[in-house]
Design a protein around this ligand. Structure first.
Ligand SMILES: [Zn+2]
Length: 180
């Protein structure tokens, strides 16, 4: 079977993660497929680009004896198969798609990444937007939040009575107020 990536909520920034190398206390979650125990397996090194700087980081791998599948344990600032950190990709996609209609080229320049790379992110995001929206809405509901249906058109003048005061796409993540 092909390897699978597990993303873990690493609290470290890229530089601190890179400096820690193999000595970082990596988590050892259960197998995402069968919930069986995972054991550490030889990891690998890869590059990560953040703000124009390249870092070589260690990525541990875990293997499930039951499934026979190895899982790369990626820190949350990385994405599988992407050189750039998640924050860079998110900022470019956000500026172009979710934000004020910024062009890909200026967004790429601001992020310090090649135009063609940024264009690829935006295209893939657009192609998968509906799927991602459904997935995030599911997560919001699972976390006891409320999935707000985005408006069919941005030209809708008055918000429906049940809508959040600011019906932006981020409302997919809207959570109810925490009782005090
Ligand atoms: Zn397994």
């Amino acid at each position: 079977m092909s390897p699978v990536a597990i993303v873990w909520p690493c609290p470290l920034a890229v530089d601190a993660y890179a400096a820690a190398g193999r000595d970082l206390g990596f988590p050892r979650p259960d197998c995402p497929s069968c919930a069986g125990p995972l054991v550490f397996w030889p990891g690998y090194r890869r590059y990560v680009r953040e703000a124009g700087r390249y870092w070589k980081i260690f990525v541990p791998r875990l293997r499930c004896a039951r499934c026979g599948v190895s899982h790369a344990l990626l820190p949350a600032f990385t994405l599988a198969w992407q050189l750039d950190v998640a924050e860079t990709i998110g900022s470019v996609v956000g500026e172009v798609v979710a934000g004020g209609g910024c062009g890909v080229r200026p967004a790429a320049q601001r992020a310090g990444v090649p135009y063609t790379t940024a264009r690829g992110w935006v295209r893939r995001f657009r192609a998968r937007a509906a799927e991602l929206g459904v997935a995030f809405a599911a997560v919001a509901v699972e976390l006891d939040g409320q999935a707000v249906t985005p408006q069919p058109s941005s030209r809708v003048k008055s918000p429906p009575p049940t809508a959040h005061p600011d019906p932006a796409p981020t409302d997919l993540f809207a959570n109810p107020p925490i009782p005090t």
